[in-house]
Design a protein around this ligand. Structure first.
Ligand code: ARG
Ligand code: GLU
Length: 674
């Protein structure tokens, strides 16, 4: 009886969350949500969000550089995204003389805007369901080819939703002439860096400014001095009225990956095996890299981006495990599955089949993840791979190798190799005969790794030759990895649950859930396609007795400011503005003081890829730029809980304040029509 009550309580908890703020909705189907959205403060119509007959908000949202989101904020194609999304482009344009990363950059006219080679943005033309076309025998390739022939610069993709129950065609315009207009110095754009990453309260000015260029017909075109600013069908109006607790917010962007419907087995794998293993491996790598960085400013710079990348997911997974445990996600899933079995005895076999499929695939997937986290990260093998790449000319190989050694320190890589080879050999079951005999020959994995780094001739760029690399002991190591690589390739999918042998059982499972659980609001998992999520500005109880307010201010920046600590050493210009309280039109009275708002949090369901997404008020006006989630709430990729999950947004007023008061680029504010 007790157990039954528990199940009932859990089911009720689940069904309450169905009317909560969770979900990432396809814009073309948003009309089904509009009633709920209106009850929470949304003032527009479904057609304002997405329309193929008239300009709509979707025309102002872009997929930025294949993994982030951006928004158009003027009729001249001015684009906002995060600083961390523009980072690669800014770094590529930076030199010792013009260090835009450190000092920031502001174009004062169109002529000063800097073309970013390789940077692309995509704007959705339209989306449509193609499940029937696929069922009728058309191939994905056919559908894509036809769509891309429709217009200049058209790029298309077919994506499956609900584990293949339905399929959608997405057609985009691809723009490849994108220019940097402005960026704050890293001390603002990356303020707090890894330390504050995934943390609230937050004070990061995580934004950068770009512009899309098009040809004389306003169509996508390769870079040309003749190109002119793109005129979008629609751009976002900006609201400088600010936000307060409880206000409706909506986010429009490209979330990358969620796993809302996975079973308890998959949750267990994430929380008890995958995340803890990866966290421990990354802790070792970060310790090795961090210790080396502490010995020299040069190494600190060389490994800055690598360290940040490794640390980002490392920290996210820790929050995810804590969140899953705190919410009891595993137990809830078990109870939900029991209820499903009881209500659908004829379909219980689907769950049995899923269980069996996990049993068949977890070992392989675990080896795949281990390989990624250990052997793949041993960097010196790249030199052999470059040398062996038949698609490159000798000059290209030389250039790639020189580029490689710029940010490479032999001793750091040796330590990583010793530790990671040992970890792989201890934990993996996919070990090739070649690797096994090398390890045996040298007594142990560590022994072999030490020998390898003692004997290799690839220690520096001067000693590089293609011949030499291909005959180096490192080439023997690369060859010993090949069979492992081949085996793990069979498990290379977005998530464990997307391995085809597992996914084919999710198709009937999710379909059956939809038929059975009428109270649940089903949204398709994120897959880097355009989505709308909505919620409200809200603080939250971080821990017992510890409530976190929903907004931060410039006072917090000044409290963290510290010239001694790289990540908290703000530019002098910001200190000066603060000292003079020279806030101009961006000053507000908040929390009983005259200040500038910096960041805020809301209950919007987001994930990686939503970085840079426009956060909008009920009238569809831009109020901020999304850039992160809070610690503990990253488990929203698996279970969203509105009491705990918060996305972190840079207040648009802080963005404008920095552009005007630190960047001195008031012309952009005028262009945005403020
Ligand atoms: N956590 C944010 C997101 O996943 C920001 C990452 C960039 N910052 C960093 N310190 N690595 O992607
Ligand atoms: N920073 C993340 C991104 O790059 C967004 C944070 C999240 O995962 O929610 O997309």
């Amino acid at each position: 009886m007790k157990r039954k009550l528990l199940i009932l309580a859990l089911l009720l908890a689940t069904s309450f969350s169905a009317i909560a703020d969770k979900g990432m909705w396809l814009p073309s189907l948003i009309s089904s949500r509009v009633k709920d959205m209106k009850s929470k403060g949304f003032k527009l119509s479904a057609e304002d969000i997405y329309s193929i007959n008239k300009a709509s908000l979707k025309d102002a949202v872009v997929l930025f550089d294949g993994g982030c989101t951006g928004e158009i904020v003027s009729e001249k194609g001015l684009l906002l995204t995060n600083h961390h999304c523009g980072y690669d482009a800014i770094q590529a344009l930076s030199t010792v003389e013009h260090d835009y990363l450190t000092n920031g950059f502001w174009a004062m006219s169109h002529a000063e805007e800097l073309y970013c080679p390789g940077l692309k943005v995509h704007i959705l033309v339209r989306m449509e369901e193609v499940t029937d076309r696929l069922a009728a025998g058309e191939t994905k390739q056919d559908i894509i080819r036809k769509a891309e022939a429709e217009g200049v610069g058209f790029r298309a993709s077919v994506e499956s939703m609900y584990y293949g129950n339905i399929a959608y065609l997405f057609i985009y315009r691809e723009f490849s002439d994108v220019r940097l207009v402005g960026t704050p110095p890293s001390a603002i754009g990356k303020f707090g860096a890894d330390n504050d990453n995934w943390i609230w309260p937050r004070h990061t000015g995580d934004f950068s400014v770009f512009r899309i260029y098009a040809n004389a017909d306003n169509e996508p075109a390769a870079y040309s001095a003749e190109n002119r600013p793109y005129t979008p069908a629609r751009h976002f109006e900006i609201s400088v009225d600010g936000v307060k607790e409880g206000d409706f917010t909506m986010i429009y962007g490209f979330p990358g990956n969620t796993q809302e419907y996975i079973t308890s087995d998959a949750v267990k794998y994430v929380a008890e095996c995958s995340d803890p293993t990866k966290i421990a491996l990354r802790t070792q790598r970060l310790d090795i890299i961090g210790a080396a960085q502490a010995t020299s400013p040069k190494i600190r710079l060389q490994y800055a981006a690598k360290h940040a990348n490794i640390a980002n997911a490392w920290k996210k997974w820790q929050g995810e495990v804590l969140g899953i445990n705190r919410l009891g996600t595993y137990d809830k899933k078990v109870a939900y599955e029991e209820a499903f079995r009881r209500a659908n005895p004829d379909k219980a076999y689907i769950l049995d089949s899923l269980e069996a499929a996990y049993d068949r695939n977890i070992e392989g997937y675990f080896n795949y993840e281990l390989y990624n986290e250990t052997l793949r990260g041993i960097e010196l093998q790249q030199v052999v791979r470059i040398a062996a790449n038949s698609k490159l000319t000798d000059e290209q190989k030389q250039a790639a190798v020189e580029n490689f050694y710029k940010d490479f320190v032999m001793d750091v890589d040796r330590q990583l190799a010793v530790a990671m080879l040992k970890e792989y050999c201890d934990k993996a079951t996919f070990i090739s005969d070649e690797l096994k005999s090398l390890v045996e020959k040298h007594g142990s994995a560590e022994g072999y790794a030490e020998w390898l780094y003692d004997s290799t001739t690839l220690g520096s760029v001067e000693s590089f030759s293609v011949e030499g690399a291909l005959n180096d002991p490192m080439a023997e190591f690369v060859a010993a990895l090949a069979p492992i690589q081949e085996r793990v390739a069979a498990y290379t999918y977005r998530n464990l649950s997307n391995i085809p042998d597992i996914e084919r059982w999710y198709r009937p499972y999710v379909k059956a859930l939809m038929e059975w659980d009428k109270r649940r609001a089903f949204f398709p998992d994120a897959n880097l396609t355009l989505r709308v999520a909505y919620g409200k500005v809200a603080g939250y109880e971080y821990a017992d007795g510890e409530y976190h307010l929903p907004q931060t201010t410039i006072e917090g920046i000044m409290q963290k400011d510290n010239p001694e600590i790289y990540d908290y050493n703000i530019p002098q210009s910001l200190r000066d503005v603060y000292a003079r309280k020279d806030y101009g039109r961006w000053g507000v009275n908040m929390y009983g003081k005259y200040t500038v708002p910096v960041c805020f949090i809301a209950t919007n369901h987001t994930t990686g890829g939503n970085s840079g997404s426009p956060v909008l008020n009920g009238k569809g006006e831009l109020i901020g730029i999304n850039f992160d989630r809070t610690w503990l709430s990253t488990m929203s990729d698996i279970e969203f809980d509105e009491t705990l999950c918060r996305n972190i947004i840079c207040d648009i007023r802080y963005v404008l304040f920095v552009i005007e008061k630190v960047g001195g680029a008031g012309w952009l504010i005028d262009e945005m029509g403020i």
